[in-house]
Design a protein around this ligand. Structure first.
Ligand SMILES: Cc1cc2nc3c(=O)[nH]c(=O)nc-3n(C[C@H](O)[C@H](O)[C@H](O)COP(=O)(O)OP(=O)(O)OC[C@H]3O[C@@H](n4cnc5c(N)ncnc54)[C@H](O)[C@@H]3O)c2cc1C
Length: 298
């Protein structure tokens, strides 16, 4: 089957074939993917998923690629990008936003309006959908505190509303992560009225701190490991001597030992190998099994 030709016939959104992964991942990974599609609406997305399932094609929803590692030189499948799902409605303290909307941009927009609750999000370079999936968060807050409900496409291709309680939000995880067939289409977020000046000052302070403590000048995907109960992942990585270590094209950051940076266009395979080495060493020296926060896609 000529996949690209068949997909073009289907008319399910803009298509890009043989795309460099560096354009779809904040790690700026080496390698390529067979095709990326941008469905415009739910009907196009459904049509695409029916085709994918009928033809047993590999696929992955991709947000801003800020939490993923493609551990392969070639992703032989379809990446589905929901950047066209970017409607935004603000009704007083209630925000209804498409899954493809940029999280940082949204957080700045509503914070400037004097809405409080989203101060944790600037600096998290994902989409709304990716943030719900990951239950992204910082400063003791996360999406679970502000998302009241989401609109999902179920594996049976039904559109359904799921409420906060059903979404099983916990530290960097959610119902969506445990049930990968579900796709977030839209989220409803409830904030509170606050003082815009105070909120923006807090965001500014946090931005300064991130710039000082995180290697934001290099491609990365944020924290590599989850913090184990009562410990910090960076402390463990440092304790086993990996801080600042270079392996081929990739490196454990000197600024923050829980970041791997990719200054020389390395591949996801290199990053995965480095992660494996760190985990092995932490297991050996501390008997702790570090859980990888980033998602490894084969
Ligand atoms: C410099 C830097 C700093 C960071 N700081 C933080 C931080 O402070 N806190 C934090 O939590 N994270 C942080 N991250 C990690 C990352 O930004 C978050 O995990 C973010 O939520 C990922 O969103 P994304 O859109 O990029 O998702 P992607 O990386 O594209 O995808 C992640 C997963 O979500 C799934 N997904 C994406 N969209 C949807 C959808 N609509 N429906 C269903 N599944 C979907 C994908 O299939 C994939 O499995 C940081 C990353 C970087 C690079």
């Amino acid at each position: 089957m000529n996949l690209i030709a068949e997909l073009k016939k289907l008319k399910c959104g803009k298509i890009r074939a043989e795309v460099p992964l560096k354009e779809y991942t904040t790690y700026k990974l080496a390698g390529a993917a067979r095709v990326v599609i941008y469905p415009k609406d739910i009907e196009q997305l459904k049509k695409l998923l029916v085709f994918i399932k009928d033809n047993k094609v590999k696929y992955k929803i991709i947000g801003n690629g800020s939490n993923v590692i493609f551990a392969t030189d070639y992703y032989d499948g379809v990446l589905i990008k929901l950047s066209e799902f970017n409607d935004l409605v603000i009704e007083d303290t209630k925000i209804i936003v498409g899954a493809g909307y940029n999280l940082t941009k949204l957080a700045y927009q509503v914070s400037r309006m004097g809405l409080t609750g989203f101060e944790f999000a600037p600096g998290i370079p994902g989409t709304v959908g990716g943030a719900v999936y990951m239950n992204a968060g910082a400063y003791k807050s996360d999406m679970g505190y502000i998302v009241s409900e989401i609109k999902v496409l179920t594996p049976d291709l039904e559109v359904k509303t799921m409420y906060n309680k059903e979404l099983d939000f916990h530290y960097r995880t959610s119902f969506l992560q445990k049930n990968p067939g579900f796709i977030c289409l839209e989220a409803t977020i409830i904030l509170k009225r606050g003082n815009a000046e105070f909120i923006m000052d807090l965001i500014g302070e946090r931005k300064k701190r991130r710039l000082m403590t995180q290697p934001l000048e290099y491609p990365s995907a944020g924290s590599v490991f989850r913090n184990p109960e009562g410990n910090s992942a960076w402390r463990l990585v440092e304790a086993v001597g990996y801080k600042g270590k270079t392996f081929n094209n990739v490196k454990v950051s000197e600024k923050h030992a829980n970041f791997i940076i990719n200054p020389n266009g390395g591949s996801g395979i290199e990053i995965k190998n480095l992660i494996d080495k760190i985990r092995e060493e932490v297991q050996k020296q501390f008997n702790i099994d570090l859980i990888v926060e980033q998602e490894i896609i084969e």
